[in-house]
Design a protein around this ligand. Sequence first.
Ligand code: PMM
Length: 292
Amino acid sequence: MSEKPAASGNFILPEADRTQIMGVLNVTPDSFSDGGRWFDQSKAIDHGLELLESGTDIIDIGGESTRPGSVRVDQEEELRRVLPVIRELAAAGALISIDTMRAAVAEAALESGARIINDVSAGLSDPSMLGVAARTGAPVVLMHWRGYLDQASATFHYDDVVAEVIAELKTRIEDAVETGVRTENIIVDPGLGFSKNAEHNWQILAALDAFAELDHRLLVAASRKRFISSLLAPEDPALATESAKDQATAVISAIAAQAGAWAVRVHDPESSAIACRVVAAIAAHAPGEGRV
Ligand code: PMM
């Protein structure tokens, strides 16, 4: 890995007056909900442009699926998938996060125009990841993770999911700070669906205030996940429609915005952008806000 700072050098996240919309762009054949759809690069770029037009503030580009049972892609293939898409969309003015567990991919993505690192393993998968975040000054998402999803059955037990996820996130934050990541560059994410069943996910969503109290930017990523499908179509989650899942996701986006989340990661930006704008409008009219 090169020692020169990546192009993102000390990028500062803009302050925003509402919860930000992170639009998902998986350049993969097999992700949770959009696997295969944007695998072709020109389709991926077109979809990125559509995401921008429909309310996306940040495009989260990933080249490796994290769905249960997925096989890891090799690094060269991951780079081949994401770099051209990042270059094009960065040139179009998009703010881009790179969804990767590999430090070398994160670094190459930053050099190609991405600004934010999104690591679902919070630096646990690749020991060089936090060093890249520290050295480049890129904001980094630290998601709660207990191992690759194919090992999930061994890591599902919690006595108190909210307390344990918060405690484990605090360890990841300490590790990042010790490695040199500035505290204002740390974004935390409870990792809905990662080593967590539906019950755990709902408990976390019921306690988002506690995650907001970690005093870092909070990212909530519920979009189209299996626990939403199971709620909407308990007999056969596969029957839950995309539109119904996006409506449910938008409600969760509103709840996250209400709890003070910095961003929500979603597949359908439009519905969640509306939800977050409504919450911001209500907040701006709360007693004592903006009155003389
Ligand atoms: N989930 C997925 C991928 N990347 N990143 C963050 N920070 N948080 C998440 O919960 C998360 C993520 C898997 O969902 P997808 O396959 O629909 O992208």
